[in-house]
Design a protein around this ligand. Structure first.
Ligand SMILES: [Zn+2]
Length: 130
């Protein structure tokens, strides 16, 4: 049976961010839940934190006032933090250390592989419905 697909050209920008987030959760799964919130943030482009005391997983927040491409960059950045937090390689004294950088690369490559927006394809840009 053919997989159900979504043409991302038909989504608004925040729906695209949520669809990309689902792609990350599918292809780079964490062993705890991770949630995405797009909201007003006073000082940050994005944040990644523990939900409650950490047992409930992680919450990624993205500033709703960012431009679309900045939201993409921020989601990749924050998802890499969520991976290091889930793997317990997160270092609060140096949160953009080598472990984070490696996971940033992994997340960025997942984006390049699965997100069909930045190629020459003018037709439908299909992703799996997740
Ligand atoms: Zn960061």
């Amino acid at each position: 049976m053919a997989k159900k697909t979504v043409d991302i050209n038909k989504l608004d920008n925040n729906q695209k961010i949520r669809a990309l987030f689902k792609i990350f959760k599918k292809h780079l799964p964490l062993h705890k839940p991770v949630k995405l919130i797009i909201r007003e943030l006073a000082y940050d482009d994005g944040m990644c934190g523990w939900a409650g005391d950490g047992r409930k997983g992680f919450v990624i927040s993205i500033n709703k006032n960012l431009c679309y491409n900045c939201k993409i960059d921020t989601l990749i950045h924050e998802y890499a933090h969520a991976i290091t937090m889930a793997n317990q390689t997160y270092d609060p004294k140096e949160d953009h250390d080598k472990c984070w950088g490696e996971q940033f690369a992994v997340t960025y490559r997942c984006f390049l592989k699965h997100w069909p927006e930045y190629n020459d394809n003018k037709g439908p840009r299909l992703i799996e419905r997740l």
